[in-house]
Design a protein around this ligand. Structure first.
Ligand code: SF4
Ligand code: SF4
Length: 495
């Protein structure tokens, strides 16, 4: 056993209002420099939709992440030999059009235009070439379905749906979308690290934050292909790759990451998880439908006496263990099993988790009139987006995981409605609550965390102690394009 700590985030998608404040906060802080104009370390997508960069989920196109091999998973992109053979040409990179050509407006035109009959306008100019341009796309072009179902129809996750299910999603009265905020997942088995021939990317041992060394980066850009989430970006001005740093400078001074701090919907929860780094390659090699459960098994119980003893032996500080015990992320992911990793079939073991949106039908249109259904909250079967679609996003195709989350979320709503308004069929509601495998105490706990959390409930990390940093070392196996964890060195004992 090799116990490590990971700073991790949960996003409760039912609470996301798609305001993009998180993206703007991140952009203002980190990517308003030359060469970073097109980068959105935090972006918010509308689902169903094609996302940013376009069709990032299509690994037949980009070959990101890992694939199941006979033993350890292998990089989908290529092994070390092929990397060296193709080092000057990587055909699996998103092009500028897949992101978008960043632009600004020539605002001075508004003031310097000569007097005339028409209103002066600020014309768009490219931030890359400085020339006037026509805007044909943006990082958020399909926001709210972009006014049509065309973008939604191209979502790679639709492949898992039957013709009938596809038709239903796009029926006007069932038409549905939800928001998916995305940052780097600070994975346990990062594709970006596996693909980098220069060994420039590393995972901090003490908190699991994945960083690109700006000294070591040699601009091969294999990390961009190797990351299946397309969360590493190339800075064309500095010639180095860059990515989300989980605002570690803010965290080291006790402040929450900018996206978290600014989140209007309060959908984000930040906390620590303890995990067994020795089991990473074993878990990453599991069959698709076992990956979510496997990842849960990798996360250790911070209350277990043996885990605490071993964690201390492995150099984990008492304050870190205490933070892991109070972690809202541990509650969401392990205790309540409500939060799931995004696309675990990419096998990078992403360490950010999502509470899938519960999208029940609450009303129908009858004879042209909007009619509230008798069953106020409906049921998970009447969800407007099929569990198969959500399973493709959050549980590597395992629909049972989604159904179980949906049932529990519904149980919380039914129980609170019964308590506060009491206008539901009591017997039926109680049966549904029992079927969800939960109880009133747990429901109350979940309800408080979802609806009434304080900042201190949502943000639980220990003070960072840089003098206790566990620096990473290079493990040659990682750079053979094989899944591995050797880049994590055990700290010195007896701190
Ligand atoms: S999401 Fe995972 S693979 Fe992609 S950059 Fe982050 S750590 Fe690397
Ligand atoms: S700030 Fe919060 S609510 Fe707004 S888009 Fe971002 S994650 Fe969603």
């Amino acid at each position: 056993m090799n116990i490590r700590a990971q700073v991790s985030m949960v996003f409760d998608l039912d609470k996301c209002i798609g305001c993009h404040t998180c993206s703007i906060a991140c952009k203002n802080l980190w990517t308003s420099r030359r060469g970073t104009e097109y980068m959105w370390w935090n972006n918010v997508e509308t689902k169903p939709g094609t996302g940013y960069p376009t069709l990032w989920e299509d690994q037949e196109k980009y070959k990101g992440g890992w694939v199941k091999g006979k033993g350890r998973p292998k990089l989908y992109l290529q092994g070390k030999t092929e990397t060296l053979a193709n080092i000057f040409f990587n055909p699996r990179l998103p092009k500028l059009d897949d992101y978008y050509e960043p632009w600004t407006y020539r605002y001075e035109d508004l003031f310097s235009a000569t007097e005339g009959d028409d209103l002066p306008v600020a014309v768009p100019v490219s931030e890359v070439t400085g020339k006037r341009m026509d805007i044909e796309g943006g990082p958020n072009w399909d926001d709210d379905l972009g006014g049509s179902s065309i973008y939604a129809a191209s979502d790679p996750n639709n492949k898992t749906l039957s013709e009938e299910e596809r038709r239903q999603i796009f029926e006007l009265q069932r038409m549905v979308f939800f928001y998916l905020p995305r940052i780097c997942n600070h994975c346990l088995n990062p594709g970006c690290i596996g693909a980098c021939p220069a060994g420039a990317i590393y995972k901090r041992g003490e908190d699991g934050i994945v960083l690109v060394s700006q000294d070591k980066c040699r601009a091969w850009r294999m990390c961009i292909s190797g990351c299946p989430y397309k969360k590493v970006y190339y800075n064309w001005a500095t010639g180095k790759s860059e990515k989300c740093i989980l605002c570690y400078p803010r965290q080291e001074t006790g402040q929450a990451p900018a996206c978290f701090h600014s989140c209007v919907g309060r959908i984000r929860y930040l906390g620590l998880l303890l995990y067994d780094a020795d089991r990473i390659s074993e878990i990453a090699a599991l069959p698709d439908k076992e990956l979510v459960r496997g990842q849960r098994n990798l996360i250790l119980d911070p209350f277990d006496k043996e885990v605490i003893r071993r964690a201390k032996e492995d150099g984990i500080h008492d304050q870190t263990i205490k933070a892991a015990q109070n972690s809202p992320v541990y509650k969401y992911v392990i205790k309540w099993k409500l939060a799931l990793p995004l696309h675990s079939e990419f096998r990078t073991l992403p360490m950010l988790f999502y509470v899938p949106s519960l999208l029940p039908v609450m009303a129908t249109v009858k004879n042209g009139l909007y009619e509230l259904k008798n069953e106020f909250f409906g049921s998970h079967e009447s969800s407007r987006v099929s569990s198969r679609y959500l399973a493709s996003l959050f549980s590597a195709g395992d629909e049972e995981e989604i159904i179980s989350v949906n049932k529990k979320l519904l149980a919380v709503r039914l129980c609170k409605r019964l308590q506060t308004v009491g206008d539901l069929d009591k017997k039926k509601s109680e049966r549904m609550i029992a079927e969800a495998g939960t109880n009133p105490e747990e429901i109350e706990e979940i309800y408080r965390m979802i609806s009434l959390p304080t900042f201190e409930d949502r943000f639980v990390i220990p003070p960072f102690m840089r003098e206790m940093t566990i620096e990473s070392v290079e493990d040659p196996s990682v750079h053979k394009g094989e899944a591995g964890v050797g880049y994590l060195r055990k700290p010195k004992r007896g701190w």
